[in-house]
Design a protein around this ligand. Structure first.
Ligand SMILES: Cc1ncc(COP(=O)(O)O)c(C=O)c1O
Length: 318
């Protein structure tokens, strides 16, 4: 069975979207068609998740400040002019979620794009931007039990000397798209990229980690990956909760073939077990014990059920 979308209601949209300082009706958030090209090329974004706790009637945004910090860093790397600081973007996100009265798990996407119609071939450094925050209902733990099949892609990961993967730029996902199409044509769910040195990097929309000889091992942040917040979270939980040693280092393709567990880590996919790699079964073909424990710890935390990690959560309703 192919992987289904994580968006719970693809045809439903919230009442409001936040644009340039205010909540406006979702239907009226338009741009001129001439603006689309440049708006898309350098546009940077974030992917954040908020989890609803029905017992507490509270919506918790996970690591909101860290996501906004990365957003500002992405805009700096691609030299776009931002009119908002991190605190203003945090406040804007909360204002939007409150206005939409969100009481479900949602994905939140802050993004900015060059303002107006650019006639130059290349939008100059520091070009002013428009800022938007939108959100939509998003499933949780939907793919966890199923896991996924992966192949190593023939497409190389973009790298810091051409299209830096450290910046969360929409156009980087063109690389993800090529590899995902190839993987699906081959009958796999998702690809895993190697970098120009032939070392393992990440998936099209998530980082990866493997368990080998009792250690949690993940490619280091200079291997050609997004500096993932879920990766940082799970590395900390592996130490705090499982007392597991961590290694950030280069990973060879064939290490994936002999590891005990392999999984994706990302805001959208959360902890997604990889059950086969290039047709070889990983471990016993099911979600492994490390991934299972990390998944339990993660979901307790994001929903506000672990007082030790409340500092990672921003409650929407006071
Ligand atoms: C290419 C890529 N790598 C890694 C990640 C994981 O990052 P994070 O854990 O901050 O969501 C994402 C997004 O989720 C991504 O798009």
């Amino acid at each position: 069975m192919p992987i289904t979308s994580l968006v719970s209601n693809p045809d439903q949209y919230p009442e409001y979207i936040w644009r340039n300082g205010e909540n406006i009706p979702w239907q009226s958030a338009m741009v001129h068609v001439n603006a689309v090209g440049h708006a898309s090329v350098s546009s940077v974004f974030e992917g954040i998740k908020a989890y609803y706790n029905s017992e507490q009637d509270q919506l918790y945004v996970f690591r909101l400040e860290e996501h906004m910090k990365r957003f500002i860093e992405s805009a700096r790397i691609v030299r776009l002019g931002l009119s908002y600081d991190s605190q203003e973007l945090v406040a804007a996100t909360l204002m939007l979620l409150k206005a939409n009265q969100e009481r479900q798990d949602v994905y939140i996407r802050p993004w900015c794009f060059v303002e107006g119609i650019v006639r130059e071939q290349i939008a100059p450094s520091g070009t002013k931007t428009e800022m938007v925050i939108d959100s939509w209902s998003f499933n949780t733990q939907m793919l966890t039990q199923r896991g996924c099949s992966c192949c190593v892609s023939s497409w190389r990961r973009i790298d810091d000397t051409s299209m830096p993967p450290r910046a969360k730029v929409f156009s980087n996902y063109h690389n993800s798209r090529f590899a995902t199409i190839e993987a699906k044509q081959g009958g796999y769910d998702w690809p895993i990229f190697l970098n120009d040195r032939g070392k393992v990097t990440e998936g099209p929309g998530a980082c990866i980690a493997m368990v080998r000889e009792g250690k949690l091992i993940t490619p280091n942040i200079t291997s050609g990956v997004l500096e993932s917040i879920t990766r940082a979270t799970l590395m900390q939980l592996a130490q705090d909760v499982l007392q597991l040693p961590i290694e950030e280092r280069e990973i060879d393709r064939t290490e994936l073939y002999v590891c005990d567990e392999l999984f994706f880590m990302g805001t959208g996919w959360e902890i997604l077990p990889i059950t086969t790699i290039d047709g070889l079964v990983v471990g016993d073909g099911k979600m492994g014990s490390v991934a299972t424990k990390l998944d339990q710890a993660y979901h307790d935390i994001v929903r506000g059920n672990n007082p030790q990690y409340l500092h990672w959560l921003t409650p929407v309703y006071k």
